[in-house]
Design a protein around this ligand. Structure first.
Ligand SMILES: Cc1ncc(COP(=O)(O)O)c(C=O)c1O
Length: 366
């Protein structure tokens, strides 16, 4: 599903020399390398501020903290996501309120939002799952109507755009992950918060450093979560390749879309109108309860695939009581958990690999 060793080999001398420079400099926390990488992500995302933090989970936590989320508040999000989206809301003492996904794009269905809004709602937190931005035109319209903050979980959607607008302009705050297998991955953990709103950026800079303005000048109760200088060194070498890698993902996706279009027992991923999809995952829905059998079939032929995600979070033991979750509550999320299968789409695939995968999928149904 990823070939990180091949990715490293393709940029080996630059990555290793950047890392050596950091090691020899003696400056390991924040500093120029982190600032210049933050500047490159701000530019790429079309926004004024990018604040490097420890990982994508902390990016969510800090974004929610900056928005003032705390006990008694409600945050509207979807149950079909990676756990971090919901975990961070609960850690702050707030309540996640779920709305279902749109089954075509697997992202938040804005039509379900208004009935879920209460006096306690503070934030709408859509997830830009698999590499495309949720319908932010409709989500922002509703957020504005009810004076709510929008935070986009863009861990999987770096470099995505919507209607020509760059990611960093599509929500009040967006969060990124540099987990190694992400489209832009570090050699360890890393994350970033991006925003155009000065006050949020200032607050997140404060919060990531124990709430301290200078040394020992504690203005807020903060956390310790900074993007590591060594990770910034790795990411600085890789970020130049991101447009090329994204185009490679898109061309791999095009191959699958062409080669698998006539198999009616699978549903291919759809792109929302106006979206530039970055295909963090190429995720098909497998009909007739055959998902796990297809996964096994691919594995028998040496092809890895992934299930993102097998459990809708309203049914996960850790969250079911908190959200009064029950089966059948969010049918599209639950169906997705039973049907989705992500097949390799990463940029280090070789020419012809997608055809091999497509052939094996076809063979399964014959
Ligand atoms: C949708 C989503 N949100 C949040 C995260 C959390 O990112 P990290 O693993 O860097 O903490 C991830 C990454 O796995 C993710 O896919």
């Amino acid at each position: 599903m990823a070939n990180l060793a091949a990715q490293h080999a393709s940029l080996q001398s630059e990555i290793e020399s950047n890392v050596l420079n950091v090691l020899r400099s003696g400056g390991y926390i924040l500093g120029d390398i982190v600032s210049s990488f933050e500047a490159s992500i701000a530019e790429l995302s079309g926004c004024a501020h990018a604040v490097g933090v420890g990982n994508g989970t902390d990016a969510l936590l800090l974004a929610l903290m900056a928005a003032g989320v705390g006990p008694g508040d409600e945050v509207i999000t979807c149950p079909f996501t990676f756990v971090a989206t919901v975990e961070t809301v609960v850690l702050l003492g707030a309540k996640p309120v779920f709305v279902d996904i749109d089954p075509i794009s697997y992202t938040m269905d804005p039509q379900l939002l208004e009935p879920a809004i209460t006096e306690k709602t503070k934030v709408i937190l859509p997830i830009h799952l698999f590499g495309q931005i949720s319908n932010m035109v409709d989500i922002n319209r509703i957020a504005t109507k009810y004076s709510l903050v929008t935070i986009g979980d863009a861990a999987q959607a770096i470099a995505a755009t919507q209607n020509g607008n760059k990611l960093g302009t599509t929500a009040d705050i967006s969060t990124l992950s540099f987990y190694p297998t992400k489209n832009l991955g570090a050699a360890g953990d890393g994350g970033m918060v991006i925003t155009n709103i000065d006050s949020y950026a200032e607050k997140i800079k404060l919060l990531r450093f124990h709430g301290s303005k200078g040394t020992y000048d504690y203005r807020e109760v903060g956390v310790c979560s900074r993007l590591d200088a060594i990770q910034a060194a790795v990411l600085s070498a890789k970020v130049k390749m991101l447009p090329t890698w994204t185009e490679k993902r898109r061309s791999n996706a095009e191959s699958y879309l062409a080669e698998l279009s006539d198999i009616d027992t699978i549903r291919l991923p759809a792109t929302l109108p106006g979206n530039y999809h970055t295909y963090h995952q190429f995720t098909i829905s497998v009909m007739n309860g055959q998902r796990d059998a297809l996964k096994d079939h691919l594995m028998q032929h040496g092809i890895m695939s992934g299930i993102f995600y097998p459990v809708a979070l309203h049914l996960a033991p850790a969250y079911a009581d908190i959200v009064s979750g029950r089966e059948g509550q969010f049918p599209y999320s639950e169906a997705a958990c039973a049907e989705v299968l992500s097949i390799p789409v990463h940029p280090d695939l070789h020419a012809g690999d997608c055809s091999i995968v497509a052939d094996k999928i076809r063979e399964f149904w014959s």
